[in-house]
Design a protein around this ligand. Structure first.
Ligand SMILES: Cc1cc2nc3c(=O)[nH]c(=O)nc-3n(C[C@H](O)[C@H](O)[C@H](O)COP(=O)(O)OP(=O)(O)OC[C@H]3O[C@@H](n4cnc5c(N)ncnc54)[C@H](O)[C@@H]3O)c2cc1C
Length: 345
């Protein structure tokens, strides 16, 4: 085997598809029984993930803006012309990514944990926030985490097509709560910065004050750790490399990681193909400077970790500048060049 990958999720399946499509014998170990089983993530795709990585998007739901609530439940609506998020049927999305990788020739081994004795010329750790590959290979490990928990509901009536985001330092210290109009379900959850633990029932009571849950039935649950310490170092050696959450490639501020999981799977696959087939540079050289550094976002993460008091959040939300600043966080990954809009209600 040329390429041995641990983890059949966004990063691992993308990497496997590209390596296999170039004719490299590629094996993927995945401890889950099948693709998309027991997903942990809300599964929202940011616009850039769709534009740049072209994931399968059949059956997704477009969400055009954000409704941002303060602790007092006063809110502002934010949108950017032409910007949409995509809610996904995440298990279906992962099944489709697995199908693409298998069609390209990758050997996907579900219900098979990584045996921890490597056989591939190159080993790729796509095994999530608490990466076994990172530990075994002496690579950098994630050390700062949020923990998120989410319930899936059917029968939520009249929910506006927006991400409903709740800022509250007591309920969700270090992060946010959310209500997402998903595909066939509504997803309601929150995350907190460890060691604080999310109290989902308390958040559901809060959300029920602005979202009608009277006819809703709980049908499922998701959740897990989210690394927010930024890119781990080192993330590559001569014969092993980390991608996606294993490499800490999650925005420390907004905690979205699917886009970077897909893109890191792709760039690492391209570096592997170049190295193994065309005599290109070894991974540490080929990937130097490629992963994001998240400098500003790590700084803003520190501010969030200070848990600003709820009264201060409500004051900020009421200020004239707030909608513009918040819109930049949600919609603008261009460093201030894209137009954003906001309205207050
Ligand atoms: C509650 C929550 C909500 C989130 N919401 C969003 C969102 O809406 N949008 C967004 O962009 N990001 C979101 N994220 C983050 C996003 O889910 C991750 O960044 C993304 O899943 C990372 O993908 P990955 O392929 O790197 O790893 P993962 O999706 O974590 O997959 C790792 C895979 O490796 C497998 N594995 C691990 N160890 C082994 C082993 N030893 N042997 C075999 N298999 C193994 C696991 O079973 C798993 O399938 C959320 C995260 C959480 C926890």
């Amino acid at each position: 085997v040329d390429v041995e990958i641990v983890g059949a999720s966004f990063a691992g399946l993308t990497c496997a598809r590209i390596c296999a499509a170039h004719g490299l014998p590629t094996v993927v170990w995945e401890r889950k029984r099948e693709p998309g089983q027991a997903v942990r993530t809300t599964g929202i795709l940011v616009r850039e993930a769709v534009d740049e990585e072209e994931p399968p998007i059949a059956g997704t739901r477009r969400i055009h803006g954000v409704r941002l609530f303060g602790p007092s439940l006063a809110h502002v609506d934010l949108e950017a012309p032409g910007y949409t998020f995509l809610a996904t049927d995440t298990p279906a999305l992962l099944r489709e990514l697995a199908g693409r990788a298998a069609d390209a020739g990758a050997d996907l081994r579900f219900a098979s944990s990584f045996p921890e004795v490597r056989t591939g010329r190159l080993l790729v750790g796509a095994d999530g926030p608490r990466s076994t590959v990172a530990t075994l290979e002496g690579l950098g490990r994630n050390r700062r985490f949020l923990v998120g928990i989410e319930a899936e509901f059917e029968g939520v009536e009249d929910l506006e097509e927006r991400l409903h985001i709740f800022l509250d330092s007591e309920l969700a210290p270090g992060y946010i709560g959310w209500v997402v109009p998903g595909v066939g379900i509504t997803q309601i959850g929150l995350a907190t910065r460890l060691p604080a633990r999310p109290d989902l029932e308390r958040f559901l009571r809060r959300a029920a004050r602005v979202v009608d849950l009277s006819g809703a039935t709980r049908v499922g649950a998701r959740g897990g750790p989210i690394p927010v310490g930024g890119t781990v170092r080192p993330f590559a050696s001569e014969d092993a490399v980390l991608v996606g959450d294993a490499a800490g490639l999650v925005s420390p501020l907004t905690a979205d990681g699917i886009h970077t999981a897909l893109s890191s799977g792709r760039v690492v696959a391209q570096a592997i193909v170049n190295h193994l087939l065309d005599g290109g540079p070894a991974l540490p050289v080929a990937l130097a400077g490629i992963y994001p550094r998240f400098v500003t976002k790590r700084l803003l993460r520190r501010l969030l970790d200070l848990r600003p008091p709820n009264a201060a959040i409500d004051l900020a939300l009421a200020s004239d500048r707030f909608p513009t600043v918040a819109s930049r966080v949600f919609f603008d990954r261009t460093g201030g060049r894209s137009p954003v809009g906001a309205s207050r209600r």
